[in-house]
Design a protein around this ligand. Structure first.
Ligand code: CO
Length: 462
């Protein structure tokens, strides 16, 4: 007899689904009316914070991300709230000092995050350790995360020791994060089977439908014993987003893996989001809604492609796009096969463009390429040829320590700089992550409060 093993679901509609399909623009006001219904479904967790949502809320929506967290926490008392955290980068694009990382995780936990999915673009555990330990100290759950990619160095033999290192840090689950939607059904089977047989931790798979394979890969992952899967409610699923929640729930009904989730209630949630999605039409892109099998050859994620096109357009060199795309894998090989995810995707893309536009490889070297070679992003997965190293660094020697060891504490400095504009510890953290964006938001908030105060005074006749 097959042993019954319910597959658990993380719903991504409040984070990755709209980050993937609607340029991360969903507002808190469009989340709150449906939060109670989502809370009643019985999802293992709901991913609703982190990734790009923090930056976008401050930068474009004029919303305080911390307030969103507190409001959703209140609206969803029965469901684990989950966030995506880029290790020492937190939610930004650089390494932050340890005191900032620790305080950020502490405040996020206090405001309501139950599950921290912690990853690093380079899969360098040193860049994840401080954040992982901080979350565990708060008594919260951590999914130690492996960024999945394809290269000559990325095999199961590479991922297993990585997972073991994360397990040693005390994480409660391992997540395989296939951020570009590259994982094939049989690759998913192999990696999940290996992790399940060698570790005694739950394994969670995260993928995207970009290449069209994710639903198949999910089924194979289930066959291999995966414990949890990420899906998005149908209205914001597929394309560059996750497989549809309802489809997976239906596929597993009356099997040993039955999720026990209610399809009718899920349908009501989908109806809500079909309507919501129309409000964000200006952020939709046709490319996000098709099967992009190209990615299987080029491995160039959609976001990276649009960045490259923009960069070439600015140089009036759009005709060089094919040459640049052909150069990207060469640069990636030269840099020791980093996974192509922020920020390494931009580094490889920009350097490939420079190599083509200048007419000679590494005749012009981007600052970021040099920093990468110096080890400031972490350790490269593969070997870097001595010749390439010399071309990029000259006589300079790369660092051998953890990149964040080179940083001075940052919290008190941020507190001093932001001054009275910050009205809470959370504000200080927002400022420490995104000084300019946060400051602009605080000024706007202050002017709005003043205007409201003036209106109120006028209304009361004083
Ligand atoms: Co994702």
């Amino acid at each position: 007899m097959i042993q019954k093993k319910k597959v658990e679901i993380t719903e991504t509609v409040f984070r990755d689904a709209h980050q993937s399909l609607l340029a991360t623009r969903m507002r808190t006001g469009d989340m709150l009316p449906i939060a109670d219904k989502i809370d009643q479904i019985g999802f293992w967790s709901v991913e609703m914070w982190g990734g790009a949502t923090f930056d976008v809320a401050l930068r474009f929506l004029r919303e305080c991300p911390w307030e969103r967290l507190r409001m959703l926490r209140k609206a969803m008392p029965n469901t684990r709230l989950q966030m995506l955290l880029r290790g020492q980068n937190l939610l930004g694009y650089q390494n932050y000092p340890d005191d900032v990382v620790e305080k950020f995780v502490e405040r996020a936990a206090a405001a309501g995050i139950d599950v921290f999915r912690i990853f690093d673009a380079m899969n360098d555990v040193r860049n994840m350790k401080v954040a992982i330990e901080a979350a565990l100290r708060q008594g919260k759950m951590v999914e130690g995360t492996i960024c999945y990619t394809i290269s000559p160095v990325h095999s199961v033999d590479y991922y297993l020791p990585l997972a073991e290192q994360l397990a040693e840090l005390g994480v409660q689950a391992i997540c395989v994060k296939d951020m570009a939607g590259l994982i094939s059904p049989y690759a998913a089977y192999d990696i999940i089977k290996t992790l399940k047989s060698r570790l005694s931790l739950p394994v969670h798979l995260h993928s995207h439908c970009t290449s069209g394979m994710a639903p198949m890969s999910y089924i194979m992952a289930i066959e291999a014993g995966v414990d949890r899967l990420d899906t998005a409610i149908s209205a914001l699923s597929q394309g560059t987003s996750q497989p549809a929640t309802e489809a997976l729930v239906a596929a597993l009904q009356d099997t040993p893996y039955d999720t026990q989730l209610d399809l009718k209630k899920l349908g009501e949630i989908a109806d809500y989001f079909y309507e919501i999605r129309t409000r964000y039409a200006e952020f939709e892109s046709a490319v996000n809604n098709r099967v992009t099998a190209d990615i299987l050859i080029s491995q160039i994620p959609g976001g990276m492609l649009s960045n490259l096109v923009n960069q070439l357009r600015q140089q009036k060199s759009e005709d060089k796009l094919d040459a640049v795309l052909a150069e990207v894998p060469n640069v990636r090989r030269d840099l020791g096969y980093p996974p192509l995810v922020t920020p390494t995707s931009q580094i490889c893309g920009s350097q490939a463009a420079l190599n083509v536009l200048s007419g000679k490889r590494y005749a012009v070297i981007a600052k970021e390429t040099r920093n990468y070679m110096m080890g400031f992003y972490g350790e490269a997965p593969g070997v870097i040829e001595e010749e390439i190293k010399q071309k990029i660094l000259g006589t300079k020697q790369p660092i051998t320590c953890r990149p964040a060891d080179l940083l001075q504490p940052g919290l008190e400095k941020a507190r001093k700089e932001v001054g009275d504009l910050a009205t809470s510890e959370e504000d200080v953290l927002s400022y420490a992550l995104f000084p300019n964006v946060a400051k602009e938001f605080f000024l706007w908030r202050e002017s709005r409060a003043n205007a409201k105060g003036a209106l109120a005074a006028e209304a009361s006749g004083s």
